[in-house]
Design a protein around this ligand. Structure first.
Ligand code: CUA
Length: 307
């Protein structure tokens, strides 16, 4: 699937594209008319050292025309904006299916129904309208999955509700669409639309407490995770208290990407990320803990066991 595509994959995104095209053609038409008139007048009335051209004041027809025509155009844009907003937002449901919180620079995904937390990967059932509560933990971000629905700002202290939908299962790219600091460009997310049964299975699995390895590097990594400062910021359900300052790692190994979409989630990349977070993603909030090779090995083994 082409993640750069902007082709609408839902009626909501279709409405937005239609509105964008309507505004584009109206504004493009205005620009063409104004530019043509400007060029004509610059050439036709350029100074040849003579007197000014005749001045036309108080022309009733002109006055009416340049009042009525812009009024109609603005009225049209107002009308299509209102009807698009109504088509997307006029629905009875007010309880969100999922709460998405923007952080510098990653997305927290919370499913309140089962109290499961994910990061940078929003799973939804296909062919169903999903009500998303968009919030922010720090500065203004903007939640945008172009193929699935409208943009929605994530404002500190506010709950903004928006709708998304995917008409067929697939992987859809999402972005932060509001400049929010150094790593704004690496604040990506994936919307994974699944069949109802796949989605239910994924959600049930995400709601489970974390796997607790009993032997080997993974078990040693679990101990080191609690001894080092990792647990001060990251939650792993079943092992330490709720803490959503940094991404919940309960099922980190089930995710496709790390660091807000900066790198793929492979053991090698994870190890690089743990070793020097600021090389992988300059400016990120994850500190360099100067981990020993042994810590890197055991922590990577532990985190990759958290399916
Ligand atoms: Cu968050 Cu830009």
């Amino acid at each position: 699937m082409d993640l750069r595509s902007l082709t609408p994959a839902s009626p909501e995104a279709g409405h937005i594209l239609w509105l964008w095209n309507a505004a584009m053609w109206v504004c493009g038409g205005i620009m063409a008319v104004v530019t043509a008139a400007l060029i004509y007048n610059v050439i036709r009335f350029r100074s040849r050292g003579g007197a000014d051209p005749p001045q036309n004041t108080g022309n009733k027809t002109l006055e009416i025309a340049w009042t009525v025509v812009p009024l109609l155009l603005v009225g049209f844009l107002f009308g299509v904006s209102v009807s698009t907003t109504a088509a997307i937002y006029n629905r009875p449901q007010t309880t969100p299916d999922v709460i998405v919180t923007g952080h510098q620079w990653w997305w927290e995904i919370h499913y309140p129904g089962v109290n499961a937390y994910a990061a940078n990967e929003l799973h939804i059932p296909a062919r169903r309208d999903i009500l998303v509560d968009v919030e922010s933990a720090d500065v203004i971000h903007d939640f945008w999955a172009p193929r699935l629905g409208p943009k929605m700002d994530a404002i500190p202290g506010r709950r903004n509700l928006t709708w998304i939908r995917a008409d067929s299962p697939g992987d859809y790219q999402g972005f932060c669409a509001e400049f929010c600091g150094a790593e704004h460009a690496w604040m990506l997310f994936h919307v994974i639309a699944q069949t109802k049964s796949d989605y239910d299975a994924w959600l049930a699995q995400q709601a489970q407490p974390a796997f607790q390895p009993a032997t080997g590097d993974a078990a040693r990594g679990a101990i080191r995770f609690r001894q080092l400062t990792c647990a001060n910021c990251h939650n792993i359900k079943g092992t330490n208290p709720q803490n959503q300052f940094a991404p919940d790692l309960t099922h980190v190994a089930s995710r496709k990407m790390l660091a807000g979409g900066r790198v793929e989630n492979t053991p090698d990349k994870l190890r690089d990320w743990l070793r020097e977070p600021n090389i992988v993603k300059p400016g990120c909030e994850m500190p360099n803990l100067h981990l020993s090779d042994q810590d890197l090995t055991t922590l990577t083994a532990y985190l990759e066991s958290l399916k």
